[in-house]
Design a protein around this ligand. Sequence first.
Ligand code: ZN
Length: 376
Amino acid sequence: MKFSEIPGHDNVKERMRLMASSDRLPHALLLEGPEGVGKLALARAFAQYIHCENPGPDGDACGECRNCRLHQSMNHVDTHYSFPVVKLDGMTNAPISDDFYKEWTEFTAGRIYTDIESWASTFNKRNANPQIYVTESDELVKQLAFTSHVTRYKIVIMWLPERLNETAANKLLKMIEEPFEDTIFILVSNNPAGILPTIYSRVQRLSLKRLPDATVAENLMKRGGLDRADAMAIAHNAAGNMIAALRLLESDKEIATYFDFFVTLMRLAYLRDVKKLREWTEDLTALGREKEISFYEYASRMIRENFMLNFNVPALSYLSATEHNFAVRFSRFITVRNVEKLMEVFGNAIRDIAGNGNGKIVNFDVAIKTILLLKQ
Ligand SMILES: [Zn+2]
């Protein structure tokens, strides 16, 4: 990871360059700030910059020397990653980070913005709550005492020290109080209030700010499919958190999909096109249970909103521009005669799908009932 790959934070990058060039590297550095701004990526870039054999005049790692290549493939022997992990069923001892290093490498590959929720979901365990166990602190003591270096500095990047359990934190404190020579701890925290105060007071701190809306918007646009206005709207709601922006983008996309399914259902039911409704059934079933249920929740909301529109109560209507344009023509079909029954059909579909009913049968049944209920 190079500095240039990470948007923003020019002041922090400059501080890091100065620390490295003045040879005044702290034994322990804390990067603190909100989630979704790129702190872990900056820690990685800083470690690579320190180890790079040939940093460029642009103030960045060269990206080509042996050390850079090892960093980029996450194989640098003098860089240790400590991160929260989960004790899986069947494990007798609490795990160490290295037990999940393969997963970690995949998770961080090319990823500038990381969040604990996404990381937790990579563990095959319900309600996984990753933490750093005391076994990891013991492992660090072992690794740092081992003196064979290929570079001058050994670097420990610890992601989310607020997730150290108490014994583990006390052992880390000891390592920070009595540092091994040429060892640098880079701690990366979303919640510094959760760090042992004795650790917090002993580390040099760099605070990272939320990302500017324009930076978030540009990043969204790079991923494609968004114009500036839409990207800025999402960026504004994400409040400088790239993870939140990506989640919003994802839910926008999902809603667009549900809208398409809803419009298709209503159009085909109105045309009584049973053959095409069979295709609609197949497509909806292919989304999988969770999304089928979300679709029916969405469809219920659309029916309610369209019914409201018939009573000319715009204050109660929460439709987007696209949904509203459709509703202007469609709402007259939703009346006192069928509104409750349609809601009931969708409600039953949710119940049946959640109860492991056969999606194809449930969805086709909805299609047929919708034909009957739309009939004027
Ligand atoms: Zn290099």
